[in-house]
Design a protein around this ligand. Structure first.
Ligand code: ARG
Length: 466
């Protein structure tokens, strides 16, 4: 970051010579945002071009000025993209940096660009443009992860694993069914982002500093040029509220929460005590002391990074809560949390899709776990109910049978028929079909159930939804 040569405030700031002494160096560093908001440069240029063309079309600046601004911006865009643009801390933020460079390049036309506009509506526009593009990228990344889940699920419709409640073996489920649960979570996440995008996609420009402008501007024209679906209806609101960033971050926090839950499962499943899966080596690290270790670092980090995104959500909510209308400098603090939320989420989603593609499933270990924990006890109770036993009595009879099997050191299907019959006389030879893992799964064949027939239908439906 190069300090600018001239230190006169009238020259360094974007404001007039109303100040009698320059801003102190420390305050300059404290108030400057160019270190991070330069990331908005391309959107700032887009917004400025749309604004300038509108000024031209409305006869507020000349067509020569518009042409000069377009020329200058083409150069600036190339400089920014090539990493050659010289960002100056003295010029505070991305907006003043670009405007000053424009004036250097094209003279007075550059000074006319800011007619009928303020940095307040300018920055709100830039952030919305940037976030809209980020949402579209996130949607693509979510979709890719959904595809990876479907690919893996497609191979494991018949793979039985214990479903858990309270992390205790509950009932057998298809591994594909388990993966499809995450597909559904991600589908809702995409809906949330799509919904949030509608409110992001509104144009603040034209609100100027807070009250609108005295120039005969055409906001609809700018909105159309920038692809905004609507214009913000109130100038005070347009420049001041960051609710769109807050709701985006809330949606991101939920997505990260879903991925954190999945991560927790991957970590458990990869532990030798479970041994249900193995993650590809490229997602794991070893230990510097314990030679046998293969640690699931990536899912652990995902679980950890939720904290960061949740923190950003709280930061943005807190940033907003005490602000009177309209714009306050507090809002400059919206960018870093928002940028980091997007970076964290995008990187996490991208790595996750790859990681899911590299999961090696160990069906034998899942099957073995199913033989410990009486996973088909509910099926036995349901069987008794079908034979006329009231559910509560059936529940009690099976509980006693489980206790007996536990003492005998075996699972329910291993108990001889005569022993099972001690717990209920209605039990007959056909009970063993019910007590198998396959029988248990196959019987849950309604929509949303874990039967392979239902899961296959769910998979097909999921593919159509993508
Ligand atoms: N860098 C500022 C921000 O991010 C731009 C708007 C500044 N407006 C102002 N009145 N100082 O919010």
């Amino acid at each position: 970051m190069q300090p600018e040569n001239s230190s006169s405030p009238a020259v360094t700031g974007g404001w007039s010579g109303r100040f009698s002494e320059p801003v102190s160096e420390l305050v300059k560093r404290y108030t400057a945002s160019v270190d991070f908001d330069r990331r908005l440069a391309e959107y700032d240029i887009q917004g400025s071009l749309a604004h300038a063309r509108m000024l031209g079309a409305c006869g507020i600046v000349s067509s020569d000025d518009v042409a000069a601004i377009e020329r200058g911006m083409t150069t600036i865009l190339a400089e920014v993209r090539a990493g050659e643009f010289v960002w100056k801390l003295d010029l505070e933020d991305v907006h003043l940096n670009i405007e000053r460079r424009l004036t250097e390049l094209v003279g007075d036309a550059g000074k006319r660009l800011h007619t009928g506009r303020s940095r307040n509506d300018q920055v709100a526009t830039d952030v919305r443009l940037w976030l809209r593009a980020a949402i579209d990228e996130i949607d693509g990344a979510l979709r890719s992860l959904q595809c990876a889940l479907l690919d893996l699920a497609g191979e494991h419709v018949e793979t039985a694993m214990p479903g858990f409640t309270h992390l205790q073996v509950a009932q057998p489920v298809s591994f594909a069914h388990h993966l499809l649960a995450y597909f559904e979570m991600l589908a809702r996440d995409r809906e949330r982002f799509a919904d949030c995008r509608k409110r992001v996609n509104r144009l603040p420009l034209g609100a100027a500093a807070l009250a609108g402008t005295s120039f005969p501007i055409d906001r609809e024209r700018v909105a159309q040029a920038l692809g905004f679906a609507e214009v913000c209806r109130n100038s005070l609101d347009a420049v001041s509220d960051r609710d769109f960033a807050i709701e985006f971050t809330a949606a991101a926090a939920l997505t990260m929460t879903h991925l954190s839950r999945f991560s927790e499962e991957l970590i458990l499943w990869m532990s030798p005590s479970f041994g249900f899966i193995d993650l590809a080596d490229r997602f794991c690290t070893g230990s510097s002391i314990m030679p046998q270790k293969k640690n699931p670092d990536v899912p652990e980090l995902v679980r950890g990074k939720v904290g960061r995104v949740n923190g950003h959500l709280i930061a943005l909510l807190t940033l907003m809560k005490g602000q009177p209308l309209a714009y306050n400098k507090d809002n400059q603090e919206d960018k870093e949390p928002l940028f980091d939320t997007v970076d964290t989420l995008l990187m996490t989603l991208t790595i996750y899709a790859d990681m899911v593609g590299g999961i090696r499933v160990k069906p034998e270990a899942m099957r073995a776990a199913l033989t410990r924990g009486f996973a088909t006890a509910t099926d036995l109770a349901d069987y008794l109910v079908r034979k006329g036993v009231p559910f509560r009595d059936a529940h009690e009879a099976v509980a006693r049978a489980v206790r007996h099997a536990e003492q005998a050191g075996c699972d329910l299907p291993q108990l001889p028929l005569a022993q099972l019959q001690q717990f209920s006389p209605v039990i007959a030879e056909d009970v063993f079909a019910v007590l198998t893992v396959e029988g248990s799964m196959a019987s849950r064949s309604h929509i949303g159930g874990t039967a392979p027939t239902a899961v296959r239908a769910a998979l097909a439906q999921a593919r159509r939804r993508l």
